[in-house]
Design a protein around this ligand. Structure first.
Ligand SMILES: Nc1ncnc2c1ncn2[C@@H]1O[C@H](COP(=O)(O)OP(=O)(O)O)[C@@H](O)[C@H]1O
Ligand SMILES: [Mg+2]
Length: 309
């Protein structure tokens, strides 16, 4: 549904997005996760045809964003960082306006607006002036304008930023309810946002993709590049050498009876073999622990390490 290849964007001398390639399948909800300044908004502006790229190609629903901008805009709903809502307009009128600029045929205008109002829970406030609504409701209006032409693809830039916790939960539920019917990409700089709503995440840092996978697989993959700690009564050179020779062990460092065992990434389960080596060398095993990485740690690792791919 979305096919991005070699996408690059320079702002003058600064590279905001550097050689991004990814695909998003029909009906998927994908999270674009990265710290502020990572290049999320820039990528989204290019995907929606609001800004040209410096290099690379983007295809949405089979159309090239640069060659067929109108077709792309018709199949995409976009909620920018700062929602384009006219505060002095009445909700329903504004949505009619949004539907018209998205080429919704006149005969379908009313049903399109009613459906967007209903799906975003705005029906009761449709006659209110947008400027008088709470921030959470204004954000719903922003979502409603992205939805009103029933686009195949929804691109939502930090959809819950600035909302209170109750509003955040409501908007997340709303986004989840869109999965399946729409292909959704949403961006966020906070991890719980994407774990709450997305099936897959693309982690972006300094304009580059540093990881992309399902949430579970990302956690698992990082866990395998683990650190184990072995506490022993009688540390010995022989024992440490035995541990180092276990397949998959990268390094062993000792501080008294505390042995830190670093594991190479992607090793699978090797704890049995480590413990066997420790027991066989008669160091007197007292305790064996593994450092558990939360997805939070994974995100930090991915966005703070320099040389990862
Ligand atoms: N219009 C612009 N002119 C110059 N630099 C920009 C502009 N917009 C964004 N940038 C820079 O590009 C980088 C990526 O920004 P952005 O895409 O907004 O990141 P994010 O949305 O992930 O916070 C940042 O370093 C930002 O300062
Ligand atoms: Mg942004």
């Amino acid at each position: 549904m979305i096919d991005v290849s070699g996408l690059t964007k320079f702002y003058g001398p600064r590279t905001a997005v550097n050689d991004l390639s990814f695909t998003v399948n029909s009906g998927e909800v994908v999270g674009f996760l990265g710290p502020n300044g990572a290049g999320k908004s820039t990528t989204m502006k290019i995907l929606t045809g609001f800004m040209p790229a410096s290099a690379g190609t983007v295809k949405v629903n089979g159309f090239d964003v640069f060659e067929s901008p109108l077709e792309v805009k018709r199949s995409v709903g976009y909620l920018p960082e700062n929602p384009p809502v006219y505060l002095e307009m009445v909700v329903e009128e504004y949505l009619k306006f949004a539907a018209r600029i998205h080429d919704v045929p006149k005969a379908k205008l009313k049903s399109a607006v009613d459906s967007a109002l209903q799906r975003t829970g705005l029906t009761q406030v449709k006659n209110r002036i947008i400027g008088n609504l709470s921030k959470g409701f204004r954000q719903r209006v922003g979502l409603a304008q992205a939805l009103v032409h029933d686009p195949k693809v929804l691109i939502l830039d930090e959809p819950t930023v600035g909302l209170d916790p109750v509003q955040i939960i409501e908007i997340r539920e709303l986004i989840k309810s869109l999965a399946g019917q729409h292909t959704v990409i949403l961006s966020s700089h906070i991890l719980p946002e994407v774990t709450a709503t997305c099936q897959r995440i693309i982690v972006i840092n300094k304009g580059r993709i540093v990881a992309q996978d399902t949430i579970e697989r990302l956690t698992t993959r990082m866990r395998q590049g683990l650190l184990y700690t072995l506490n022993v009564k009688n540390p010995s050179e022989n024992g440490i050498t035995a541990l180092k020779s276990v397949g998959g062990v990268k390094a062993v460092t000792a501080e008294g009876g505390t042995l830190s065992i670093e594991i190479l990434p992607e090793q699978g389960e090797i704890r049995d073999r480590i413990i066997e080596a420790a027991v066989a060398s008669r160091m007197g095993v007292l305790e064996f622990t593994s450092e558990k990485l939360s997805l939070e740690d994974v995100f930090l690792q991915l966005t703070t390490q320099e040389n990862n791919t």
